[in-house]
Design a protein around this ligand. Structure first.
Ligand SMILES: Nc1ncnc2c1ncn2[C@@H]1O[C@H](COP(=O)(O)OP(=O)(O)OP(=O)(O)O)[C@@H](O)[C@H]1O
Ligand SMILES: [Mg+2]
Length: 400
């Protein structure tokens, strides 16, 4: 999968109309010029929620009435176009089109444009709370199985209704028998979600293990496992039997749930437990190990997606490469050698020795300089950058 053309106007301060190369695209510019905004405009077209909690009301440029984002991309089969328009007067009601066909919302087009994003916040995958790892695996599975999204949405709806009911019961008002109905439905969707997460975690474990091992040059190994708050094991269990266990678990926790006023057990409380060299990563991992694991998980996500769909995802790096040392940068770029990359950085030196592609200098939301294949000398932010061919190292001449 490759983005070929990007046309953005009025999405925050962005106004660009650019051809995108199938290899590496580097957005370079000083802070606060709009590099991440471009990545964000692309990311929203995947149908996922913003990776930095962007609110609808903040999408449109302060000085404009609407934002228009048009992304042309190719798959193995055809050329596609995603268009979405956000009006300042009603930013929640986005006009979304996939190949000219109107869709209800951006989430409705999830699964079409498939991207994997790397940001400095990915470190939370290793050291943050379970919710970060749940969100990660939820996106991974959804990209492969659209039915998973249906289960997840239904589960979350029922969960919030059940929690409301628990509070009512706590206050002596709710109808306890309604809990049986909610528990039946939660068990059904919860079992489906758990099984798909469990299945995916096996793929992830094998793939991430290899990547992490290679990245550490064979010195370290990682392992991971899906930890369900409901099931002790999935081995040899049929779906119906698991669903019964789920229901029994909810029933056994019912008094506790009523006392707390919320549902304390279920897939919304699950986690992925990661170990490096047999030690819990979250508790004992060094910063470097945590970063390498987070990278390994994302690279594994890309590899699995490519293997199972036959289509390479598009890799978005927002500032993430500047966080890692050069050896790992080169490793990462080699791993995704056959995928399209769009990366942002402040320092053109991060534009890597490993591979080259197009370079776009971004200033105040616009492309002020474009270099095709990094074949010539350019000046960015007062620096002269020299790049001669693919194997050449970018040289930074501070004397200009
Ligand atoms: N609704 C909006 N309308 C116009 N400009 C906006 C809007 N929202 C944010 N901006 C501008 O976007 C800029 C920040 O963009 P962005 O976060 O993409 O920068 P960046 O180039 O990624 O910077 P950094 O290198 O620090 O990450 C700021 O200048 C901000 O004023
Ligand atoms: Mg940024």
């Amino acid at each position: 999968m490759r983005i070929t053309h990007l046309k953005i106007d009025g999405f925050k301060n962005i106004n660009v109309d650019i051809k995108v190369t199938p290899t590496v695209n580097i957005l370079v510019g000083e802070n606060a010029n709009g590099k991440t905004n471009i990545v964000e405009a692309i990311w929203l077209a995947t149908g996922c929620r913003s990776f930095r909690n962007l609110k609808d009301k903040d999408i449109v440029d302060f000085t404009k009435e609407k934002a228009t984002v048009e992304i042309t991309y190719t798959t193995n089969e055809r050329e596609n176009k995603i268009l979405y328009v956000v009006e300042k007067s009603n930013p929640r009601d986005k006009k979304v089109y996939l190949n000219g066909v109107k869709k209800k919302s951006l989430s409705q087009i999830f699964g079409n444009l498939r991207c994997i994003i790397f940001t400095p916040d990915d470190l939370e995958l290793s050291k943050g709370g379970p919710e970060h790892r749940r969100t990660f695996i939820d996106i991974c599975v959804s990209q492969l199985k659209p039915v998973y999204i249906m289960h997840l949405n239904k589960y979350n709806d029922i969960l919030s209704q059940r929690n409301m009911l628990l509070k009512e019961i706590q206050m002596g008002r709710g109808d306890v028998s309604l809990l049986d109905i909610y528990d039946e439905q939660l068990s059904d969707h919860g079992t489906n979600i758990s099984l798909m997460r469990e299945e995916y975690s096996h793929l992830l474990r094998e793939c991430a293990k290899r990547v992490f091992f290679d990245m550490s040059r064979g010195h370290e190994y990682m392992s991971l496992k899906y930890q369900s708050t409901v099931f002790e094991s999935f081995k040899g269990m049929k779906q119906e039997a698991l669903k019964e266990i789920y229901k029994e678990k909810l029933l056994s926790m019912r008094d506790e749930d009523i006392r707390m006023g919320f549902t304390g057990t279920g897939t919304h409380r699950d986690d992925i437990i990661i170990e490096v060299n047999d030690l819990n990563l979250r508790e004992y991992g060094s910063q470097g190990q945590q970063r390498s694991v987070a990278l390994s998980l994302k690279l594994a996500q890309a590899e699995i997606l490519m293997r199972l769909t036959g289509e390479s995802p598009i890799i978005l790096f927002d500032d993430a490469l500047s966080e890692i040392d050069k050896r790992r940068q080169i490793y990462v770029m080699n791993e995704i050698d056959d995928m399209q990359v769009i990366l942002t950085c402040c320092d053109p030196i991060v534009a890597l020795e490993a591979r080259i592609g197009n370079l776009y200098a971004i200033q105040r939301g616009e492309v002020i300089e474009f270099v095709d294949n990094l074949k010539k000398m350019i000046k960015i932010g007062g620096y002269k950058v020299e790049a001669i061919d693919a194997s050449d190292i970018l040289k930074l001449d501070e004397n200009k």
